[in-house]
Design a protein around this ligand. Structure first.
Ligand SMILES: [Zn+2]
Length: 408
């Protein structure tokens, strides 16, 4: 078992304070820090802190896949770590995006290979052959757009904004209040000529301003989101698309699971995100990056997403909260104790053999593995190889620790 040093990613939408404060580093930082990666992604692997200095987790897996990953995980996923753990800190909205299914990723990767688009090219959609299911667990209040809203409800929202220019689109959706209507309307907007967007988006922003000024409550969050997105991306179809998506606020500890085809944009907050180890992102706007509309439309799921919150399950008398998802690549839980159990040793076997990544998000605890132990404080992570497990935890104070293993 080793302490695991995450790789910081600086993107413009990141925060100069959230990740630095989380890991106990000086704040504010020189650049906005958006993500802290704990994994063995070739693009930015985490580093093991060993007696001989730092060592890339990727190199450690290559050198001893059997000891690090264990035979069961190798048999299922090969010699790679199938998941990636990130701390994500958004000060500004991320791009509107969706991820492909496994079949779509395999097909898309081969197609772009045949077309001769280099894997690292900015206009490449499929950078690997994997789907990218993801879960986000909020550490702070966390704001997001995720999944299409019930169409009838989106009609009500658009009517409430009182924008005459929206009438033809309201009529379109009212005539077909289901996933086909949502597909038709979204497709219309995402393929709208720029001169038309430059008229419609400002009109919708004016409607949102009037709605917020009126003091009306029902769609206040949705209207404010239109304003926030419109300010940063004037003339972007993503501003219109935001009216069709569920506007969700997560309290700390609440989680969303985003399956293939779910259109989403994280807006604000800090959270722990766990995903299959893939880079396959199809963007729909709210970004200066490559947007491939036909490919996005191919993968999108327009079925209204009524329930994408993950219902956590309490295990081991509340010492472990599991966030169940259907993803085979990962299983996420939070280990923790309250003040009444301080000093107790907690036996925490994983649900099966394989490696574990632990990430402490509150307090501190000592992690005891087969042959050694480490102390994890808030912001610190550890790699527990398949050979090192199972673990036990001892704490002198209340703590919360994320545990990520492969899925069932
Ligand atoms: Zn995503």
């Amino acid at each position: 078992m080793h302490l695991l040093k995450g790789a910081v990613r600086t993107y413009a939408w990141g925060s100069r304070t959230a990740i630095a404060e989380f890991v106990g580093a000086p704040s504010p930082t020189a650049h906005p820090e958006a993500e802290l990666w704990f994994g063995a992604h070739p693009g930015d692997p985490a580093y093991l802190e060993t007696d001989d200095g730092e060592r890339s987790l990727l190199d450690a897996l290559r050198a001893d896949p059997e000891g690090e990953l264990g035979p069961a995980v190798r048999a299922r996923f090969g010699d790679t770590l199938p998941f990636l753990v990130k701390v994500l800190a958004a000060d500004e909205p991320l791009s509107l995006q969706a991820h492909p299914s496994m079949e779509q990723a395999v097909e898309g990767f081969s197609r772009e290979d045949r077309m001769g688009i280099p894997v690292s090219a900015p206009n490449r959609n499929y950078r690997d052959r994997s789907h990218k299911p993801e879960i986000i667990v909020a550490l702070s209040q966390f704001e997001a757009l995720a999944g299409f809203r019930n169409a009838a409800r989106s009609v009500e929202l658009m009517q409430a904004l009182g924008v005459a220019d929206l009438d033809p689109f309201i009529n379109l959706l009212q005539g077909q209040r289901d996933e086909d209507g949502l597909r038709a309307l979204f497709t219309t907007w995402i393929t709208f000529p720029q001169p038309d967007l430059d008229v419609l988006v400002p009109a919708v922003i004016d409607g949102a301003i009037n709605y917020v000024r009126s003091g009306a409550k029902e769609f206040a969050r949705e209207a404010k989101t239109v304003l926030e997105l419109g300010e940063r991306y004037p003339g972007d179809a993503g501003v219109l698309a935001s009216m069709l998506l569920n506007r969700l606020s997560l309290a700390p500890g609440e989680a969303l699971y985003l399956p293939a085809g779910n259109l989403h944009a994280y807006l604000h907050g800090i959270g722990v995100e766990v995903m299959a180890n893939s880079d396959n992102v199809l963007r729909g706007g709210l970004t200066p990056k490559h947007v491939d509309v036909p490919e996005l439309l191919r993968v999108l799921d327009f079925t209204p997403a009524e329930d994408i919150f993950v219902t956590p399950e309490s295990h081991r008398d509340g010492a472990e909260i599991i966030y169940p998802t259907p993803a085979p690549e990962f299983s996420v839980s939070v280990l923790g104790i309250g003040s009444d159990q301080v000093g107790h040793e907690i036996d925490t076997p994983a649900r099966h053999d394989g490696p574990q990544i632990l990430l402490c998000t509150e307090g501190a605890a000592t992690v005891r593995a087969k042959t050694d132990s480490v102390v994890l404080k808030k912001g610190a992570a550890a790699w527990v190889s398949a050979d090192d497990g199972p673990i036990r935890l001892v704490a002198d104070e209340p703590f919360r620790m994320f545990r990520v293993t492969v899925g069932i």
